[in-house]
Ligand binder design. Sequence first.
Ligand code: BGC
Length: 351
Amino acid sequence: MKRFLAILMVTVLALAGLATSALAADRVGVLMPTQSLQRWNQDGDNMKSQLETAGYEVDLQYADNKVDVQVSQIENMLLGGVKVLVIASIDGGSLGTVLAAAKDMSVPVIAYDRLITGTEFVDYYATFDNYRVGQLQGSFIEEKLGLKDGNGPFNLEIVAGSPDDNNALFFYNGAMDLLKPYIENGQLVVPSGQTELAQVGTLAWSTDTAQARFDNIIAANYADGSTKLDAVLCSNDSTALGVINALTNAGFTEYPIITGQDCDKPNMQHIISGVQSMSVFKDTRTLASKVVSMVEALLKGSDPEINDTTTYNNGVKVVPSYLCEPVFGDASNYKELLIDSGYYTLEDIGQ
Ligand code: BGC
């Protein structure tokens, strides 16, 4: 009997041990910049659910676009024992010190969508082909205005992204490498005179900031009733929304060509009603699944899949990257792109 009890005890302890080790899933820290923009909520949700499905415990935090908040979230996650950090930064250049602590604790770091710059302590980067996003926007304007056929002059204004976000430069360059020659030869005119990234950037990609700048641009350059605004190169949907608000408040009923990015819900409504011209669809589900497989590889001690080892130099090193493909989206293909793929329901975009 004693022997039986002893065996029973050992078995129970062994099973308890098994259960505990099964329960003690590796914890992954996921940091997103803000909840104020639709895409980051989707990114956060996708990351959390896909990581949980893969068997990990997830600590997901949003930082309200505040760098100091994001830094202390990273510190807390490290103290809490995360095994990998996935970070969509606010200011890509402000994380060096806290990531040195991650390195000391042997916690690998994946930069999510936005490159982390000025530090060696970032291991991998997963994003979309950001230069291509800008090319999709620039070539749309080129085609719609018939610039290749020599048409013009047309009036263009430029509204770019947040200067502290490395992506903003790639979007701007992708579009401007195509459009600058037309500015130089006079087919495109920028009445505000603001063309450099330092002049056209929008801190924190804020809709209100973009709107305030565009209110001024309209008042100073398009209020005479005869100067036509033909196109606005907007780097993303939140800035496009600011431009649309400014134009609407100024009484515009015919809208210029307006580009965007992200296929945000309010912007899709504007695209369907003909106010905004296009957006760029970046399927956040695909990005999340790539990052989840990177996390799995790192935790298994193998090499994550990458497809780019040249583009993303963060000032200290070229960060091995996986680039997902961005896709052009407008009123003609949104159903196939967004509805049939299950990304949105028709109700989501007011249809
Ligand atoms: C992302 C864009 C987004 C922007 C504002 C960028 O880093 O790549 O998709 O529109 O941030 O949140």
